[in-house]
Design a protein around this ligand. Structure first.
Ligand code: ADP
Ligand code: MG
Length: 257
């Protein structure tokens, strides 16, 4: 299998603050990688570094063997929900079409019939066919999240990067999104980050645990040691799709969360 993404000794800082430390990680083509870690552990930063949105202080990132950052067509990005302004007056169909327009929108620009059909196909893929003319302010959290996935898909990416895709959605939409990502993974590589252990669904093939640096990378099974390193204390593991397993009681020690 080819590596879709290869990261070697990556360090990222915001000024003096280190966000990612010495990350080395490979993602094979066709993989579905879940990246888990508490808030502030650098998950969003890692996705942004792969996308070339934040610079590496040192280290290397290769996308299908290429270090160039002209990867917009290869990488589809579903940003964190909270980054969005839902009151922005734009329709569902327009949101999807914006991913197909290169070089920004200019006055009197019109999308082609083919682009509109592509947009409709992406909406269909996420179960939103017929929603094209609705304003985004009329969508539920789950529908909006699926719309963001449709938008990323419309550009035909080989790798889909999702930032906390199930954080702000109801349980039904959550299941829908897991099912959808499992289906999409038959064709494309998926990297999903989450702070929520229950978001590591049975479709996830590999798991990476991040807390500024990589604490674990391997099969989607968690041990007490890894969870402890990740969250600073033992927590109950009742992850969706993972065998139910409850770790030892909190001891309330000084490093406990
Ligand atoms: P996560 O997505 O796991 O919650 P982030 O990647 O957003 O973590 O943040 C990692 C660390 O970097 C945090 O300590 C956060 O405060 C810091 N950070 C994130 N973005 C910026 C930024 N634009 N400027 C300065 N610090 C940032
Ligand atoms: Mg984040």
């Amino acid at each position: 299998m080819k590596d879709a993404i290869e990261i070697k000794n990556l360090n990222v800082s915001y000024g003096k603050h280190t966000a990612l430390r010495d990350i080395s990680l490979s993602v094979e083509e066709g993989e579905y990688l879940g990246i888990m870690g508490p808030n502030g552990s650098g998950k969003s930063t890692l996705l942004k570094a792969i996308l070339g949105l934040v610079p590496a202080k040192s280290g290397e990132i290769r996308i299908f063997g290429n270090t160039l950052h002209d990867n917009k067509k290869i990488l589809g990005y579903v940003p964190q929900f909270s980054d969005l302004d839902r009151s922005f007056p734009i329709s569902v169909g327009e949101v999807v079409l914006t991913s197909m327009q290169k070089g920004g929108l200019h006055p009197f620009f019109r999308f082609s019939k083919q682009q509109r059909e592509e947009a409709e196909k992406s909406l269909e893929a996420v179960g939103l066919s017929g929603y094209s003319d609705r304003s985004i302010s009329q969508l539920s959290g789950g529908e909006l999240q699926r719309l963001l996935i449709a938008r990323a898909l419309a550009a035909g990416p080989s790798v889909l990067l999702l930032d906390e895709p199930t954080a702000s959605v109801d349980p039904k939409s959550r299941e829908l999104i897991y099912g959808l990502l499992g289906k999409l993974n038959k064709k494309i590589t998926i990297i999903m980050v989450t702070h929520d252990m229950t978001a590591i669904s049975s479709e996830v093939k590999k798991l990476a645990c991040l807390n500024e640096t990589l604490v674990y990378h391997g099969e989607p099974r968690l041990t007490e040691k890894v969870v402890s390193e990740l969250y600073g204390c033992p927590v109950d593991l009742i992850a969706h799709g993972l065998p139910h397993r409850v770790l030892k009681e909190h001891d309330g020690g000084e490093h406990c969360c």
